[in-house]
Design a protein around this ligand. Structure first.
Ligand code: HPA
Length: 273
């Protein structure tokens, strides 16, 4: 693993020199407009980076973007890898290890999620306070490299309390409603049945989605500070469920995106040094 990380880092360094990002950002489904605000941006397609998988979902570009956002040096993934695409957990999370190796000590993740908490509305933004991994797999399964992180990483607080508080301050300042939420990751690609939403709500989740948890686990394995956001793209209320699809999810994400962009920029400005 460490050799593969080093090869990817070397290929990236040959393009960006000694630029050192403080934060890594993963843009989720329909949430890429912030990428256009990256100053002094330089992009590298995933296919030009050794050991990076190919992004297959149409709504996701596949490139790493380097530049400045909120005044801070960042690296961002435009397009991520999902379990439902057939990628294994190592492929999904490899970019997180590479971004950490390039210098990023913080990971900021965004995603589109279904809202199961009846107090939440479609279009609302949430900051994750915890997650439940129902993917049936874990990116840390297999031999552990103690140079990368511990065999049994602590998960008592995967989402950084200080960053969460900063995000809430920024939201308040901009008059944006921001819920704290528990996110459950499922494999997809089917959306859930009514009975499944009932089950997922009952086990303690406010939101359901098909991403984020693998990347967060690996970021915590590497002791990165993590802050994650969801945009609620559909209401997953088992007794009032309407059919939905990717087009509607992307359109809702795009409408709510300016709120999330404000929060992420404000959070970057406040990022502890
Ligand atoms: N379920 C799973 N993933 C999702 C959903 C959903 O309802 N909405 C957006 N991503």
């Amino acid at each position: 693993m460490r050799e593969r990380i080093a090869e990817a880092v070397a290929a990236i360094r040959s393009r960006i020199g000694d630029f050192s990002p403080e934060a890594a950002i993963i843009f989720g489904t329909g949430l890429s407009s912030l990428g256009r605000e990256v100053a002094e941006a330089r992009s590298i397609p995933y296919r030009e980076i050794p050991h990076f998988a190919e992004a297959t979902v149409e709504s996701h570009a596949g490139e790493l973007v380097f530049g400045r956002l909120g005044g801070r040096p960042i690296v961002a993934m435009k397009g991520r890898f999902h379990f439902y695409e057939g990628h294994d957990m190592q492929a999904i999370t490899f970019p997180v290890r590479v971004m950490h190796a390039l210098g990023a000590g913080t990971l900021i993740v965004s995603n589109a999620a279904g809202g199961m908490n009846p107090r939440f509305d479609v279009g609302d933004v949430c900051v994750l306070e915890d997650h439940i991994n129902l993917l049936g797999d874990n990116p840390l399964r297999g031999r552990n490299d103690p140079e990368l992180g511990p065999r049994f990483p602590d998960m008592s607080a995967p989402y950084d309390r200080e960053l969460m508080a900063h995000a809430e301050d920024v939201a308040l300042l901009h008059g944006i409603k921001l819920h704290r939420a528990v996110y459950v990751a499922v494999t997809g690609p089917c959306l859930e049945t009514r009975a499944e939403y009932r089950f997922l709500r009952a086990v303690g989740a406010d939101l359901v989605g098909m991403s984020t948890v693998p990347e967060v686990i690996v970021a915590r394995h590497e002791s990165m500070r993590v802050c994650a956001f969801s945009i609620i793209t559909d209401a997953c209320l088992p007794d009032a469920l309407r059919p939905t699809g990717l087009d509607e999810i992307i359109a809702t994400a795009a409408r709510a995106e300016p709120k999330l962009n404000e929060i992420v920029k404000g959070l970057l400005e406040r990022l502890p040094r």
